[in-house]
Design a protein around this ligand. Structure first.
Ligand code: UD1
Ligand code: CA
Length: 454
């Protein structure tokens, strides 16, 4: 029994009041549509196709990058019309699962339950009982409880509006029947649209069995039509992440002030202060402490390390027992050895710092290989860029770089060498010796300062 999945994502999303397509708005750092695609893939469909609008260039290029098949709906004439555009994708499968690009938190296990409970010639609707059903299509049943039709909010009378059982938008349809029925949809309704939901009344008329599966998690069926709904869903998702972290042994200063926008793997006895954001793939070993307002992206943090407030760490590997910040910035390609110390207002990029080395204050170190036990004085700068090319700086073990030094790359500081404060190092410094470029200190006789006036 083969299954095609069609994701409807061509709607304009007028209620978002945005130049961007609604399905490209982000939830937990990923476009809404990406959530739906990732879930759909877990079901291993024989075919997966997304229906997109003709003016949605960003959606198309996003789908192209992700190698997902698309069909274009030139005019947004409704969800039924949208599905009809994807007919070609459904001819070689027994059943079609319709997903909406604006329903991002639906779980694969819930969809699998819908797939499993249906006999393959029937129609399945994923429904939910909502305390506030406003905006959703209502599931209308007869006296015996059989589904008769779905009525949209805008077409519903008072009695129908009182129904709490809603259409999630997710439906399972027998391909053959559906392919012949889509053409029968009309648009004589409040929105003058071809509603996919009208297929239900057609199925009932054709004697096709209509079953429902009720999803008990409101967030799974929640559709995003407005920015307010998007924000609510984001907070719900983040609440679940916070719960998961605490269960795993993480102390959160405030579970309401953490954002996980990707995959976060954790050890135990980790402390995370308020307003910390994790992006992409991040792993944190046990006994790590992260101060307030840090942003950590695509990085690994080693056991027992302490990250002080307001630090940013991007695409870096931090060893064990390292101290970072406050106000430090680790840019891509930074690798810190065990017990390294990176202090305030220090920027590192594409740099390897050896075990126990320190860059404690106000420095820029880029494209550098730094050995162990090195001390970099305050205000040291690697001049790694000549305007065209980047060059590397090499600093040997136990070197001591005096404050306010410029290391003009490519340049090598030998093992155990000392560079005098204020040096502009243009040539390699030999191991174990003092190198400096400082002029002789002078006191100017007879110098007079500016007149401060009367
Ligand atoms: C739809 C359902 C409603 C359900 C709700 C669940 C219909 C008629 N109504 O209403 O019963 O309770 O979803 O969230 O189906 N789309 C297209 N082309 C179009 C129109 C829409 O691809 O011409 C896409 C949109 O991008 C969106 C999805 O279909 O991803 C749903 O469209 P939307 O306009 O948001 O429908 P709702 O009014 O929410
Ligand atoms: Ca919607």
């Amino acid at each position: 029994m083969s299954l095609s999945i069609v994701i409807l994502a061509a709607g304009k999303g007028k209620r978002m009041k945005s130049a961007s397509a609604k399905v490209m708005h982000h939830l937990a750092g990923r476009p809404l549509l990406k959530h739906v695609i990732d879930t759909a893939k877990q079901l291993n469909p024989t075919k997966l196709v997304v229906v997109v609008g003709n003016d949605a260039g960003e959606v198309l290029s996003f789908l192209e990058c992700n190698q997902i098949d698309t069909v274009i709906q030139n005019e947004q004439l409704g969800t039924g019309h949208a599905l009809a555009q994807a007919k070609i994708a459904m001819t070689d499968s027994t059943r079609v699962l319709v997903l909406y690009g604006d329903v991002p938190l639906m779980k694969a296990t819930t969809l699998q339950a819908l797939i499993d409970c249906e006999d393959q010639n029937g129609v399945g609707i994923l429904t939910a009982d909502l305390a506030d059903p406003t905006g959703y299509g209502r599931i209308v049943r007869d006296g015996s409880g059989k589904v008769i039709c779905i009525t949209e909010q805008k077409d519903a009378n008072k009695a129908t509006l009182a129904i709490k059982e809603v259409n999630s938008g997710i439906m399972l349809l027998p391909s053959k029947w559906m392919l012949s029925s889509l053409d029968k949809l009309g648009n004589d309704n409040a929105q003058c649209e071809y509603y996919l939901t009208d297929l239900i009344a057609l199925a009932v008329a054709d004697g096709i069995k209509v079953d429902t599966v009720c999803c008990s998690d409101e967030a799974e069926v929640a559709g995003v039509n407005t920015r307010s709904q998007l924000a609510k869903l984001e907070r719900h998702y983040q609440g679940l992440q916070a719960d998961r972290l605490m269960t795993a042994g993480v102390t959160l200063a405030d579970p309401k002030r953490i954002d996980v926008r990707g995959q976060l793997d954790v050890g135990n006895d980790i402390f995370i202060d308020v307003n910390v954001i994790f992006e992409g793939k991040v792993s944190i070993a046990s006994h790590v402490s992260i101060g307030a307002n840090c942003i950590i992206k695509d990085s690994e943090i080693g056991e027992g390390s302490v990250i002080f407030p307001n630090s940013m760490i991007d695409s870096s590997v931090v060893g064990a027992s390292v101290n970072i910040g406050p106000f430090a910035r680790l840019r891509p390609g930074t690798v810190l050895g065990e017990k390294a110390k990176i202090g305030n207002f220090v920027e590192l990029k594409n740099t390897r710092v050896g075990v126990g080395s320190k860059v404690n204050h106000l420095s820029y170190i880029g494209d550098t290989d730094m050995g162990e036990g090195v001390n970099i004085g305050a205000g040291t700068i690697t001049c790694n860029y000549d305007g065209v090319n980047k060059h590397r700086t090499v600093i040997g073990d136990n070197a001591f770089i005096g404050s306010d030094t410029q290391l003009v790359a490519p340049v090598t500081v030998g093992e155990g060498s000392t560079i005098g404060a204020g040096t502009t190092l243009r040539k390699d410094a030999p191991a174990g010796q003092l190198t400096l470029t400082k002029g002789v200190q002078q006191t100017v006789e007879g110098w007079k300062g500016p007149d401060k006036g009367k």
